[in-house]
Design a protein around this ligand. Sequence first.
Ligand code: FEO
Length: 175
Amino acid sequence: MITNKLQEVLNNQIKNEEHSSRIYLAMASWCETKGYEGAAEFLYAQADEEKMHMLKLIHYLNDRGGHAQMQALDAPKKEWDGLKKLFEEVLAHEEFITGEINKCYETALNEKDYNTAQFLQWYVEEQVEEESTMNSIIDKMNLAGDSKGGLLQIDMALKKMAGGGGSSSGTEEKA
Ligand code: FEO
């Protein structure tokens, strides 16, 4: 049986993952309306991944005798000032999520719930990959600078990455 304190932080993380999914959906929709087809596909796939992260937590919490509960979410932004700024926000959001996962992990250790700490290890590793993927996308955007051709190439690369299953399958080949 999971402790109340741990249940509370895991429920908060369920909310964080659902919120991430909605933020990426809003970003994907904006990209689609601006003609960034590849970025849109990449972000739709990312939104699906976040939903998967949420579901994994829901099932774990319920399997351990807790009760996963859905919560109210703030509406995501609707507009961005360019593709690079949008991806900088994705990276900042992922850095925030890494901090939140670390809090869950610390709580699991403090509560001496080593099963949950082990379960959360997957999320710790996932965050390293997600931050690395977003950093490499931003690096490429910095290299492209104001070049429209460069941005188009990045958009095409993002389309390939989306087809490869988002951030979890080999950042090197996708970037
Ligand atoms: Fe579920 Fe992007 O962290």
